[in-house]
Design a protein around this ligand. Structure first.
Ligand SMILES: *Cc1c(COP(=O)(O)O)cnc(C)c1O
Length: 441
């Protein structure tokens, strides 16, 4: 048990005891599809989830399990489940909460893939999204909750505009209405922000990003606080008798609330969504995520300092930059929230408005040499992208306005390089763009 240790101790130890794994120091990669059952009695118990154990890697694997337990420890969660991507984590969490139909109250500041799927796919499953008008005025949010609203869904630091919200106040509103608050904590990671401490009930991650931090895997996680009361007529799925949960002696079909009273949400994702929809995380990718986690604090603090340094430099460069969105900057509407809720910094991504023509903006993007031009964030390398044209390209003009994504927005995700090299790279690219040059990379 490592529960009493501090965050940095947990990030290299939690969820793993070498004594259980032939004293291997680094968690072994259990590259196996299935696990021998020992005997028929044991098989019966495994299949009815009376006994915890490994069955089939689609629903559980020892390497993946270390990752689940480690991230659960870092976030102070009752349980976590790892899945094959951040999108799978978002989808499974939302389907699990609003199964059978209903509404989700959400914020306009969201990852592009989330917005797209909310608009195009979920309505076909009877799940509809309302974009809150009062997300910055939680005292008025109440009025936007409808009788069939099943959850509130937000991002702690939004992608790409780094918007912050008063998560604590939003959680209070959700709880007054008996619904959970789901927080996508991808950009912040548990190093910068622990949503459960602010009242969140469910946390989702794209572990593809800062959590693993090396731009080499696709992975996601769903975590639960263990505190939300799912015994409600809004959520009958947790009180339904389920064949898989039968008692092997009496053959009684039990419910998720009976068998997993502390952690029904992630248990149900595992046995229903992961089991049937099948976006399982492979053990090798789980291993890479674990290695990435070992340096989470060191990476994030360097990314925060690089982001703050570059944001300040951009803000002073008025001839090339119209505005900069970074929460801790002077003049940011989120500065007070950043100081209160993000004492270690408000993330490693920032956005700025390029001053100049579309052609110059394109020339600028073509001229950067050190920044990588692509759609990831949270990598060890610094990344640059023109979000309105790609990561958030599917949003219509009014949706971009609502989401605070002006058409000249450029997003940076700061890596671990020397900040002076990054600044020099941006500087030479601004100069190339204003000279009308187009440098081939
Ligand atoms: C990238 C991202 C996702 C989706 O994650 P994938 O691992 O790419 O599927 C979800 N939410 C946020 C905030 C993201 O940045």
């Amino acid at each position: 048990m490592t529960a009493n240790y501090a965050f940095d101790t947990q990030k290299v130890n939690a969820g793993y005891d070498p004594a259980d794994h032939n004293y291997a120091v680094s968690p072994p990669i259990y590259q196996t599809t299935a696990y021998d059952f020992k005997d028929v009695e044991y098989a019966k118990k495994l299949f009815s989830f009376e006994e915890a154990g490994n069955l089939y890697t689609r629903i559980g694997n020892p390497t993946v399990s270390v990752l689940e337990q480690r991230v659960a420890a870092l976030d102070g969660a009752a349980a976590a489940i790892a899945v094959g991507s951040g999108m799978a984590a978002v989808s499974y969490a939302l389907l699990n909460v609003a199964e059978g139909g209903g509404r989700i109250l959400t914020s306009p500041y969201l990852y592009g893939g989330s917005v797209d799927s909310f608009k195009k796919l979920y309505p076909k499953f009877g799940i509809h999204f309302d974009y809150a008008e009062n997300i910055h005025r939680p005292e008025k949010l109440e009025a936007e909750i409808r009788p069939d609203t099943k959850a509130i869904y937000v991002e702690s630091i939004s992608n790409p505009s780094a918007a912050l919200l008063d998560i604590g106040k939003i959680a209070e509103v959700a709880h007054r209405h008996g619904i959970p608050l789901i927080v996508d904590n991808t950009v912040a990671t548990p190093y910068l922000y622990r949503p459960f401490e602010h009242g969140a009930d469910i946390v989702v991650y794209s572990a593809t990003k800062g959590l693993s931090g090396h731009g080499n895997i696709i992975a996601g996680l769903v975590l639960e606080s263990g505190k939300f009361n799912w015994k409600s007529e809004k959520f009958p799925q947790f009180a339904e008798a389920y064949y898989t949960l039968r008692d092997t002696v009496t053959d009684e079909h039990r419910t998720f609330l009976q068998v997993f009273p502390e952690t029904p949400f992630t248990a149900r994702i595992r046995l229903v969504y992961l089991n049937f929809f099948g976006a399982a995380l492979g053990p090798f990718d789980a291993y890479l995520a674990l290695i990435g986690l070992e340096t989470l604090s060191e990476r994030l603090s360097k990314q925060v300092s690089n982001a703050a340094r570059v944001a300040g430099w951009l803000q002073a460069r008025k001839d090339d930059v119209e505005w900069v969105r970074y929460p801790s900057l002077g003049g940011s509407p989120y500065r007070a929230l950043a100081e209160r809720d993000f004492p270690k910094g408000a993330g490693g991504i920032l956005a700025f408005g390029f001053r100049g023509s579309d052609k110059q903006r394109e020339a600028f993007l073509d001229a950067v040499r050190l920044f990588h031009y692509h759609v990831n964030i949270g990598d060890a390398r610094s990344l640059i992208v023109d979000s309105p044209n790609n990561t958030h390209g599917e949003l219509e003009k009014h949706e971009k306005d609502l989401a605070d994504i002006p058409l000249n927005l450029i997003r940076l995700s700061l890596g671990l390089e020397d900040p002076e090299d990054l600044i020099a790279d941006l500087e030479q690219a601004f100069e190339a763009a204003s000279a009308g040059l187009k440098i081939a990379v």
